[in-house]
Design a protein around this ligand. Sequence first.
Ligand code: 5AD
Ligand code: SF4
Length: 455
Amino acid sequence: MSEQKRPEPKRLFIETYGCQMNVYDSERMRDVLTPLGYAIADKPDDADLVILNTCHIREKATEKVYSEIGRLRAHKERRASEGKGMTITIAGCVAQAEGEEIIRRAPEVDLVVGPQAYHKLPELIARAARKTGERLAADFTAQEKFDALPARAPDGVTAFLSIQEGCDKFCTFCVVPYTRGAEYSRPLADVVAEARALAEGGVREITLLGQNVNAYHGQSRGGSASFAELLDALAQIDGVERLRYTTSHPIEMTDELIGLHGSEPKLMPYLHLPVQSGSDRILKAMNRRHDAAFYRDIVSRLRALRPDIALSTDFIVGFPGEREREFEDTLQLVHEIGFASAYSFKYSARPGTPAAAMMGQVSEEAKAERLARLHALLSDQQRAFNASQIERVLPILVTGDGRMPGQKHGRTPYSQSVHFQDTQTENGEIVPVRILAASQNSLTGARLELAPEAA
Ligand code: 5AD
Ligand code: SF4
């Protein structure tokens, strides 16, 4: 019998830019493609299929995509000279927003696929390989996608679960309502079933995802379930020990949801609640539909119910019309609230959004100078927050091995990384750890209650 040579597995490389929704979507793309025989490659050079899962939220993110396409072109040409192919696929929000332009500008791109078409990837890639000329797939609905994607294979103890997509808020700086479309919430029963499957597969911490996650209003037996009702249902699932959600909008922080932060121990005391600016005039021009006092009030109500809650937020500096005194209102708000972590960005004009056409665009220099001042203050606060954990004993969800031999890695209730000496604990256990030292981005600690031989 002649020896049969096994076919080499095809190699898939996915590069993810931008938000956690994209991280989740990349996992789902991997899940639909691996059954077709793709093995994951850790660099694009020798991949048969490369997917760039792109972000359109700021100009820089878009530019990166075009420069990465340029780099891929060289790999594709080299592989072609070796008689091998490389299918280049652009996914995500740049694909949705600029699909036709990518097709025109980048002939080496084989396929452009919008965020609602990922369930069709196997077919689309096969068509692209046959050079049928169909290179753009951007018109599907969110529901179609969620219904068609396979249940996720959990690969650890923490997982993202996408429950909502799109946005109807139309903040004047933001492209999301144009790229991800109208708000869509998955039915309650589907989310609960997926969470149950994750828990059965060993997942202990679930982060619910959505562009406007707390605007969730999914279909349920009683009509429509609110976000707080969904959290409540998920908290009942055995095995789910920790719940988080991102990213939320202040005006969707209902009394019910704020109340749940006080009463539901599985809801972690860490909330990402973007404020964008501390100036009422700028918040109005941003169409945020709340003022700074409204934000302060939510924070004080949350803190009254859950005194250990830590906050994270997003800021934009140099929004059109922002003067020094308005920027100082932002600094003032940061001083008053005290954030455990935050993302801050220079305003970036996105074509087609109302703010791009506003008078009073702020100079690059002023934006850079304000960003540096805000950054400095926020990193001081982050360092102080981490340092405030020293000597506390925190419940740590163990997620894997640590940096050094004999160490484990885990997460605090505030999502900070912790490394500690321990060889006995299994991934997925929640164990008490005394925090001993803190740096800007992680903590080290000592496990309590270890069996005597390991202590
Ligand atoms: N310019 C700068 N930052 C932006 N963001 C959204 N759109 C823009 C823009 N045009 C920021 C906001 C948002 C985060 C995801 O990205 O702070 O909360
Ligand atoms: Fe963009 Fe505003 Fe919607 Fe957030 S709420 S996705 S910032 S439009």
